[in-house]
Design a protein around this ligand. Structure first.
Ligand SMILES: NC(=O)c1ccc[n+]([C@@H]2O[C@H](COP(=O)([O-])OP(=O)(O)OC[C@H]3O[C@@H](n4cnc5c(N)ncnc54)[C@H](O)[C@@H]3O)[C@@H](O)[C@H]2O)c1
Length: 482
């Protein structure tokens, strides 16, 4: 199975400068003379410039985007600072930038004048093809998306297509782009997908854990000052019967007190991969002085951001199926097409939620306020918590206002999880940094419902019911009938 999931195309290159995913001289020509010379990355570039790098044969899994000069390029911001300027992170690599959160974030940061590069294997598009799923919204190819962005704004987003589990590819992208910050969204992110069968469980943990490990090694090797902003999930904590803190908890035990990582109780092979990631990141912060922020994100809803609104070719994906769809987005689609809202079991499952406009805001805040060298910072990234039943009630009321007859049914819970439980998770750190949340209001649900109604002809009703059972996961490869 794993071999089916690799999308990288192999290109053998037998030279020094040609082994880089992007022509290096593009960046070099714009180098200001005042650039701080003592950084390790300068020495690397200088070596490349002089052609002093040892000859070797390497396999590069990458393409660059041949963007034609469709619009005049605006004066770009540069990370190369004069000596009296404070050091600000400017060059941001978005791993997983073709996905739901990554695409919205890449455009948002580009609009805010960050120099942005997207790194993506496009494996998510492959999952959809393999499982027969599709986004509710038609989404353009990554190449067309970026061309459109450039033609509308004049801003260039670099593109590196490849798999971050391939360290050769990843290291070339690091050396070529030289990020000040890496935002890592690039994982297999569906709990049901990881519970389809053994091969998907193995793929998920391999893809996520090795990918993140490679990112950590790349930072250590090629950009030790680079700030890692890693997308974790609130699901790492599970549903403990005490308040959930932001990453750490102070415990007094047998008369001694310590502040320790908050206990994790993940409930799928996907969530477990995130816990392993967090442990690896925490360890490398301690051992190598890496600076990292783990954003334990809640469930994201919504689709529109200021930038994706600018043109239909910039439209984000919107998943509503039983494998990749998230709760509120799914309920809105179900209401729009007259399908009963599918509450799993008792519906008391409570989680943190946030609007996709807040995802992009949170990431921007984390980048603008980087962790210190050696610091492993954890933020709980959500704005409100709801039970599944509460969401169903909100969607029902909003549907009624639009004249929809919305029913709710309880379906057997395909997951193994508490269906009624205590839940109170802290989420103050991003607010302290300036997050201004878009809370879930009636008007937002109305507009989400209207949005889903607009695309209702694209809904495949067969994709709606859950098709993956936590208890029935087996060794044999399964074809999921969505
Ligand atoms: N969507 C949510 O509600 C939500 C909630 C909590 C956390 N998160 C986290 O946010 C991140 C992004 O989620 P999303 O909803 O945008 O997912 P997504 O599936 O839409 O996007 C992930 C992107 O990463 C790419 N990718 C995956 N593995 C890769 C690899 N090895 N190399 C290069 N690219 C790779 C995929 O092709 C895809 O474009 C994930 O890490 C996820 O766990 C998402």
């Amino acid at each position: 199975m794993a071999h089916l999931l690799s999308t990288s195309c192999s290109l053998k290159i037998h030279s020094t400068s040609k082994s880089y995913p992007k022509p290096l001289n593009q960046g070099l020509l714009s180098f200001p003379t005042s650039f701080t010379l003592q950084t390790p990355r300068f020495s690397f570039r200088r070596l490349v410039l002089k052609g002093e790098r040892p000859q070797r044969i390497c396999t590069v899994h990458a393409t660059t985007l041949p963007i034609s000069q469709e619009a005049p390029t605006q004066p770009s911001s540069s990370s190369h600072q004069t000596s009296n300027e404070p050091s600000k992170p400017k060059r941001v690599m978005i791993i997983g930038g073709d996905g739901y959160c990554g695409w919205a974030t890449a455009l948002h940061l580009s609009n805010k004048n960050y120099e942005v590069a997207i790194v993506d294997s496009l494996v998510r598009r492959l999952f959809d093809h393999q499982l027969g799923l599709d986004s509710l919204t038609p989404i353009s190819s990554i190449h067309n998306r970026l061309r459109r962005w450039k033609s509308l704004t004049g801003k260039n987003i670099e593109l590196f297509i490849g798999d971050i589990c391939d360290f050769e590819f990843l290291s070339e992208t690091f050396k070529s782009f030289e990020p000040d910050a890496v935002v890592h969204f690039g994982e297999q992110r569906s709990a049901p997908y990881s519970m389809i069968d053994r091969s998907r469980a193995v793929f998920t943990q391999n893809n996520n854990v090795i990918g993140t490990l490679n990112v950590l090694f790349a930072i250590k090797e090629f950009g030790e000052q680079c700030h890692l902003v890693k997308l974790g999930t609130m699901g790492e904590y599970g549903t403990p019967n005490i308040d959930i803190e932001e990453g750490y908890i102070t415990i007094t035990h047998n008369g001694r007190t310590d502040t320790l990582p908050y206990p994790k109780q993940a409930s799928s092979f996907y969530h477990l991969s995130k816990v392993h990631d967090s442990n690896n990141i925490a360890f490398t912060c301690k051992a190598w002085g890496i600076r990292a922020t783990d954003l334990n994100q809640g469930v994201v809803y919504g689709v529109r951001t200021d930038e994706t609104e600018m043109h239909e070719e910039l439209c984000n994906r919107f998943d509503y199926d039983g494998v990749f769809g998230t709760a509120l987005n799914r309920f809105c689609v179900q209401a729009a097409v007259g399908h009963p809202l599918t509450v799993y079991g008792k519906g008391g499952q409570t989680r943190g939620y946030l609007d996709i406009r807040d995802t992009v805001q949170c990431v921007e805040l984390a980048i603008a306020n980087p962790a210190q060298p050696g610091e492993f910072r954890v933020f709980n990234q959500f704005t409100e918590q709801f039970s599944v039943n509460e969401l169903a009630t909100l969607v029902t009321k909003a549907g009624e206002k639009l004249g929809l007859n919305v029913e709710t049914i309880s379906v057997p819970n395909p997951r193994v999880e508490a269906e009624e439980h205590y839940y109170n998770a802290k989420h103050t750190k991003l607010i302290e940094l300036g997050l201004q949340p878009h809370l879930l209001s009636d008007s937002l649900i109305d507009s989400l419902l209207n949005f889903t109604i607009k695309f209702q002809d694209r809904v495949d009703r067969k994709q709606i019911m859950p098709s993956v059972s936590w208890r029935k996961i087996g060794v044999k490869p399964r074809t999921v009938s969505a």
